[in-house]
Design a protein around this ligand. Sequence first.
Ligand code: HEC
Length: 142
Amino acid sequence: MKRFLAILAFPLAAAAIAAEDARQLVTMPAPAQAALREEMLDFMGALNEIIARLGEGKPAEAAAVADAKLGFPAMGRHRGSPPEAMPGRHMPAAMHEMGRSLHRLADEFARTARKGDLAAAVAALQPVTANCVACHLSYRIR
Ligand code: HEC
C-alpha cells in the first residue's frame, strides 16, 4: 500500500511543480535563446559520451571529452557572436556564475579522471551533473 501511494504521489508532485513554476524567468533575445539551447544539447551529448567512456573503464578518454566539450576550452564559444546571440550577456550574475562553475567542475573532473581511478572519476562527475540540475531548477528562458 505504501508503495502504491508513493507511485500515486509522484505524478501529483510533478503536476504541482508544473503548476507553480518556481524557476526565475530570464528573458533573452531569440538568437541568444537559440545559442543557449544549442550549447545545452552539446553539453548533454558530452555528458553522455563521458558516461559511455567511464562505463568502458576508460577514465582518461572521459577526461579528454570533458576537456574538449565541457571544460574551460569549451567556454566563450559565443565570443565572436553579436551581443543578441550571446546568452551569457543576458544572464543574471548568479546564473552566469553557475555557467562558469560548470566549466570549472568539468575541469576538476578531467584532472581527477586522468589519474585513472574509475571510482574517483565517477565521484568527480557528480558535482558536474549537480551543477546542471541546480541551474535548471533555478532558471528558465521561456
Ligand atoms: C547556467 C545555467 C545552466 C547550466 C549550468 C546548464 N544548463 Fe542546461 N539549460 C539552462 C537553461 C536556462 C535552459 C532552458 C530552459 C528553458 O527551456 O526555459 C537549459 C536547457 C537545457 C536542455 C534543453 C535544450 C533544448 O533544446 O531546449 C538540455 C538538454 C540541457 N539544458 C542540458 C544541460 C546539461 C547536460 C548541463 C550540464 C552539463 C546543463 N544543461 C547545464 C541552463 C543551464
